[in-house]
Ligand binder design. Structure first.
Ligand code: FUB
Length: 319
């Protein structure tokens, strides 16, 4: 980065932007609020970024998360903060833990799949809220969980039903991916708020921990996911969204001062982006005080993905 550009970004831009609800892109991209578990969606020339919100006062305890935040950008550098748009309280059947979530559009409606702790069924569960616009207002679409721990009794942990990620294939069939320890998916009905058939487990994702994300690029489908603990991000490829999946290697390194790394991958105006979290705010950041970062993602000619280079500079603006 040239001195002039560096000076402009560090000194001039904040002055120019005084009063405007925007922030710089340098990683981590949001300095004034803690963000985790990013899920990005491109809609009508705008990137909407939905995140969790770490509220733990220090790193000695555990996650403290009650709501989800929304940000938007048209260039991946200047972000507008829209504040919290959904909270655990919007799901009457849930009792806490606004963990990882994902928003997807279908037929002009926006479906926000969330991880929460169920109030009456032991363990984590997945709910879904719906809105007519990307910024809401969102409301619980079902009045009950879409997936609860009693539907997946083949594991002996109660946190295996978390981190939902939806995907709509070219033929219009929608799928929901999720899981901790055991990766799972099920078809969604066209209404996006009911499972359509059995819950399947996914083979071919070694060392799977959590944070499934499904996307397609060219002729290939990709499943990225957090592996091991502390987490690296690995990925697998397939010619079909239902597999078989072939593991292709590590995509992103340990996030340093965060045990988790939770990724989201989008294509926007001809470029690909890897959006993830780190323990960003050194020295008060860490595993329970995380911050979202964005770096470029590049494919090889054979469809495999180059290893991510995590930076503090962040990405150049999209034109
Ligand atoms: O934010 C809470 C949990 O940490 C998420 O559900 C996981 O993906 C991990 O990032």
């Amino acid at each position: 980065m040239s001195i002039i550009r560096s000076f402009a970004r560090r000194a001039l831009l904040p002055l120019i932007l005084v009063g405007a609800p925007t922030v710089q892109a340098d990683n981590p991209i949001f300095k004034d609020v803690l963000t985790a578990d990013p899920a990005a969606m491109v809609h009508d020339g705008t990137v909407y970024l939905y995140t969790g919100h770490d509220e733990a006062k220090d790193n000695t305890k555990f996650y403290e998360m009650h709501k989800w935040l929304v940000f938007s950008s048209t260039d991946m550098v200047n972000w507008q903060e829209h504040g919290p748009k959904l909270s655990v309280k919007d799901f009457k059947w849930a009792k806490g833990d606004a963990w990882a979530a994902h928003v997807i559009e279908r037929g002009g409606k926006f479906y926000w799949y969330v991880t929460v702790r169920h109030a009456t069924i032991n363990g984590f569960a997945i709910g879904v809220a719906v809105a007519d616009r990307p910024l809401g207002p969102f409301k619980d679409a079902l009045g009950k969980a879409l997936v609860s721990n009693d539907m997946t009794t083949d594991t002996n942990i109660d946190w295996d039903d978390l981190d939902p990620a939806a995907f709509i294939d070219d033929d219009g069939q929608a799928y929901l991916f999720w899981g901790n320890t055991k990766p799972r998916y099920a078809k969604l009905k066209d209404n996006m708020i009911e499972l359509d058939g059995p819950i399947h487990s996914i083979e071919g994702l070694p060392n799977f921990t959590e944070a499934l994300w499904a996307h397609k690029h060219g002729e290939y489908y990709y499943l990225t996911y957090a592996m091991g603990f502390p987490e690296k991000i690995g990925y697998a490829m397939s010619k079909s969204i239902t597999g078989p999946w072939e593991y292709k290697g590590i995509l992103n390194e340990l996030a340093g001062n965060s045990n988790t790394n939770h990724q989201s991958i989008i294509e926007f105006k001809g470029r690909s982006f890897f959006i993830y979290h780190t323990g960003g705010h050194v020295p008060d950041g860490g595993s329970f005080r995380r911050s979202v970062a964005i770096d470029d993602l590049h494919y090889n000619p054979d469809g495999t993905i180059k290893r991510i280079v995590m930076t503090t500079e962040g990405v150049a603006p999209v034109k």
